[in-house]
Design a protein around this ligand. Structure first.
Ligand code: SF4
Length: 608
């Protein structure tokens, strides 16, 4: 394997292709997920992977496109089908992390087993949010694998990609993950775990499908029997900063950073009973604090914390990161909270403007408490954001406070302008839209929040004059790419046509939102097809028919491919901006954000 050089793993530059997931476009990766048929073939690939792994730079996590490139090269060198690419990628990921996993004691490791190994016809176990609750009936081998791993000290879940997995990781309960699953699930769920720098090894199942799948149980045992020994190299990891961002919303930290002005009862889940028991003057704060603490991916507060750390010694991503995050000053954590408070305020108002029914699996605030109360709570959250800044003014220089106020107010007004442009277009009779106008709206609507989160963290670490231009450019392209991916997600999987049961399918089209897909279609279609597309907006046809008509025209105009190309272009420009930054830890963070934020595969951390 000498011709496969580990320098191919170095951070990507602007000339590297940026990997963009394609499942929303109708292109499938199924042909790359073939499991090598016999053990001798699997061992042959593993041997090549192990040789390669010896030369990899383990000081930072590998990203998906790097692993894919290496897998493809191994298969070319072994003269094997590209169909084994997915399987080989998992083998590379596991070999990369083996030493780090070994450095985590068994009782700090999580083993994820697949529920599809059981026979559903006889299995009496219940499925809960924490996975399958095996009652050890003995009808399948899950019970023995589970008890063997537990006897070594493992925490075991029969859950694969359950949202509970990320909660356990971010809650700080485990420091390494070992997963057994089919290649589909591994592609969807383990990517982000790997990306965050959480040591992770996986063993793909031998067959796919959702029932009575086959597994190489000897390999699974080998996996969880990986002995504990001191790791030789520390791989850079954002997991401690992610945990720090998640902790901001726990009651104890909220009480410290954002003490209630009304009563202690402002913290805690907002049940009907609790609401009834409150004095009306306490209600606004209590509803707002509850919404602030609820759901969401906390990516913006994470960006603020990580940007501050990148310019303050880059300590929290190192081997002592767990202790170093405790040293992040309260004023930095308060600004991260302010960023989230502004974001949550915009969500409350956005839900009203779009009349969305659900947010974080619960009714939206205006559906639950009424329109007027929800508007008021949104306004209150804006006030909370500014209060967090003003209450920190004694903990930072006056110039920093002034810069942050200017940053937040500018982000706030630009976001309103972008949202306003979208609403005015939505309610207008004229539905023509040029792609450039859609992108301008995206730059205003989505980019300011990323920019404010990033620049706030940088400004708290010191003056940022020479970084501002690159950070602005980075945020603009990241925001635009993120919004285009949201547009693509709205159509989910066009191969299936109109997706029954997917409540959000083509919601943008039905609610008349201006999207890049719409603009690209109008740009490409001839005038009669463009008129047919325009007619879908005011048509009296049932939604299913309108969606099907628009989908056919979108496909005719090839807008899904064009939108993906735009995502790749803006992601590449964000990377260019990152590479223009002289500071290495900050450039690493920006690369990480491009990979993490522009990855559409679902995981609990990304639900909001
Ligand atoms: S051993 Fe557990 S998972 Fe397997 S069939 Fe019995 S209850 Fe279900």
């Amino acid at each position: 394997m000498s011709s496969i050089r580990s320098d191919q793993q170095t951070p990507k530059s602007s000339s590297d292709p940026v990997f963009v997931p394609v499942t929303g476009s109708g292109r499938s990766t199924d042909h790359l997920k073939v499991v090598p048929e016999c053990r001798c073939l699997r061992d042959r690939i593993r041997e090549a992977v192990d040789q390669l792994a010896d030369g990899l730079d383990r000081t930072r996590p590998m990203v998906r496109h790097e692993i894919e490139n290496l897998a493809r090269q191994i298969l070319i060198e072994l003269d094997l089908s590209e169909g084994y690419t997915g399987w080989t990628m998992v083998a590379i990921g596991s070999a990369f992390w083996r030493d780090q996993v070994a450095g985590i004691p068994h009782d700090r490791r999580l083993l994820l087993l697949p529920r599809c190994m059981r026979d559903t016809a006889v299995c009496p176990a219940e499925m809960t949010v924490d996975g399958l609750q095996c009652v050890d009936c003995g009808a399948c081998s899950l019970t023995t694998l589970k008890s063997e791993a537990e006897s070594l000290g493992y925490r075991v879940m029969i859950a694969e990609g359950s949202p509970a997995v990320m909660k356990i990781i971010l809650g700080g309960h485990v420091d390494a993950v070992l997963g057994v699953s089919c290649l589909d699930v591994l592609e969807r769920t383990l990517d982000k775990i790997l990306l965050a720098g959480i040591p992770c090894m996986a063993e793909p199942l031998l067959s796919g499908g959702c029932e009575e799948t086959e597994a190489d149980e000897d390999r699974i045992r080998e996996l969880f029997r990986t002995p504990y020994r001191k790791a030789e190299v520390h791989t850079r990891s954002y997991v401690h900063l992610m945990r720090c961002a998640a902790r901001l919303f726990e009651s104890s930290e909220l009480a410290e950073l954002l003490p209630s002005r009304r009563s202690e009862s402002s913290l805690g889940p907002m049940t009907d009973e609790r609401l009834d028991a409150l004095d009306p003057i306490e209600c606004t704060e209590a509803i707002a604090y509850d919404f602030l603490a609820r759901g969401g991916k906390h990516s913006r507060p994470f960006i603020t914390l990580a940007a501050y750390d990148a310019l303050s010694g880059d300590r929290c991503t190192g081997p002592d990161g767990g202790r170093q995050v405790d040293q992040i000053p309260a004023v930095v954590r308060r600004m991260a909270l302010a960023i989230e408070s502004f974001h949550k305020a915009s969500l409350v108002h956005d839900d009203i403007e779009d009349d969305d029914a659900f947010r974080y699996d619960s009714p939206t605030l205006h559906r639950r408490h009424g329109m007027a109360t929800a508007i008021n709570v949104g306004d209150f959250l804006v006030g909370v954001g500014y209060r967090l800044v003003s209450s920190s003014s004694t903990d930072m220089p006056a110039e920093t406070t002034a810069d942050l106020l200017s940053l937040f107010s500018s982000a706030h007004t630009r976001l309103c302008e972008g949202q306003g442009a979208e609403l005015i277009w939505r309610d207008a009779r004229k539905k023509r839209l040029e792609p450039i106008d859609a992108l301008k709206i995206y730059a205003l609507k989505t980019a300011p929040a990323f920019q404010a989160a990033l620049l706030a963290g940088l400004r708290l670490a010191g003056p940022v004059d020479e970084l501002t231009e690159s950070a602005d450019r980075f945020s603009r392209h990241l925001g635009i790419a993120y919004q285009i991916l949201n547009d693509l997600d709205d159509w989910n999987d066009p191969r299936d046509g109109v997706m029954a049961g997917k409540k959000t399918c083509a919601d943008d089209l039905l609610s008349g939102r201006p999207t890049i897909l719409w603009a690209l279609a109008l740009q490409s279609l001839d005038s009669s097809d463009a008129d047919r597309l325009l007619a879908t907006v005011e048509s009296d046809e049932p939604p299913k028919k309108r969606i099907a008509d628009a989908l056919a025209l979108y496909q005719k105009a090839d807008v899904f491919t064009k939108a993906e190309q735009l995502v790749a272009r803006h992601a590449a420009r964000a990377i260019e901006a990152a590479d223009a930054i002289g500071n290495q830890p900050l450039a690493h963070l920006m690369h990480f954000l491009v990979d993490a934020i522009l990855d559409r595969r679902p995981l609990a951390i990304n639900e909001g």
